[in-house]
Design a protein around this ligand. Sequence first.
Ligand code: GLC
Length: 430
Amino acid sequence: MLQPAKTDGDTDWFVHDRFGLFIHWGLYALPARHEWVRHHERITNEQYEKYFKRFDPDLYDPALWASAASGAGMKYFVVTTKHHEGFCLWDSDLTDYKAPNTPAGRDLLVPMVDAFREKGMKVGFYHSLLDWHHPDYTVDHIHPNRDNLAEREKNKERNLALYREYLHGQTRELLTRFGKVDILWYDFSIGPSDWNEGKGKKEWGSEDLIKTIRSLQPGIILNDRLQIDQDVKTPEQFQPREWVRVNGKPVVWEACQTLSGSWGYHRDEESWKSVDQLVKMLVDSVSKGGNMLLNVGPTGRGEFDARALDRLAGLGRWMHHHSRSIYGCTQAPDEFVAPEDCRYTYNPVTRRLYLHVFSWPYRHIHLDNIGDKIEYAQLLNDASEIKILRSVPEAAYGSMVEERSAATITLEIPVKKPDVTAPVIELFLK
Ligand code: GLC
């Protein structure tokens, strides 16, 4: 069985829990057309100010967010403390560009952390390394002011070292004011362009930053976007084809996924994934030894919108019966190769193998290489027995006598697909 090497952070709980909620919430909820709206539309600080003046999430009740997430089966959450726009959800001493100075009038992060902890969920902070609002953050090729040559010229007067100090100072605040923080999720390092070097570990001071982080929160899980790999790799908006590796070695990984292609609340985005698709993405991740961090972008009034709540509720319905095939599970040992349209997950403690059937076939599913290892099989949603056939009588028809090894068995499944998204057959190994 594949097992990533140990790193500094405590990933034991993380690879057990498998499923988390990402939250992207900031001023961009008001334009409601992508959290990169400043980049896309080249919006200046002055033009963006109108959203700061109007940010008033009067319906914000983080207890409702935490219930929706926990009801979906999520075990941890990661929230944007600050996104690229630079706006801070907490009452930072190092800036005025923060929620308490908007009509919201208060720190929005403290009650969120409390509400999720109350539900037994682990706490994660996303923090943008980029900052399009900070005066000393230099204009690079993805900055909203990138086409303004006068602004680019002003880079000479900007002191990125002061921004770095700000970044380190804010990190210290986040890691000392909120109790135990389980995950710190930085975003991201910028490659070079033809007129700009980009920004990476040198600019962020990544090595020093990591030392500070490890001393303040020893067990914390750190991602890979400081340009120095730490505890977890974070493929974004795609499903890896196999267990993610670095230098050929399997690592802890987490796919981060949107519900609709935008991370921030996007009113008019129509490419919402279905519950069926989302369940399969979660299963697919675990079947390759990974986690899924699924994002919601709350509205400017402070709510998860109906589309997001619908998806979370659907995931919750599936998890109610099937979380046993997710929590504590990982990729199955190599000898078990899932049949067509199926995914295996495996719980090494209970020694149960979970066969997720993505497309329900007619009457039979044939499994290779398992004949002498399997003891019992049942549908997970209702614990109804699934018969294990050592041969398929109907196959001995005319000249169609099937030759099979004792290692192959056939599961006799009901003709009618159980009324759940992605049915699971639980296989008890000897
Ligand atoms: C990106 C984007 C972004 C999002 C993030 C989530 O790199 O900058 O807006 O926050 O990925 O993984």
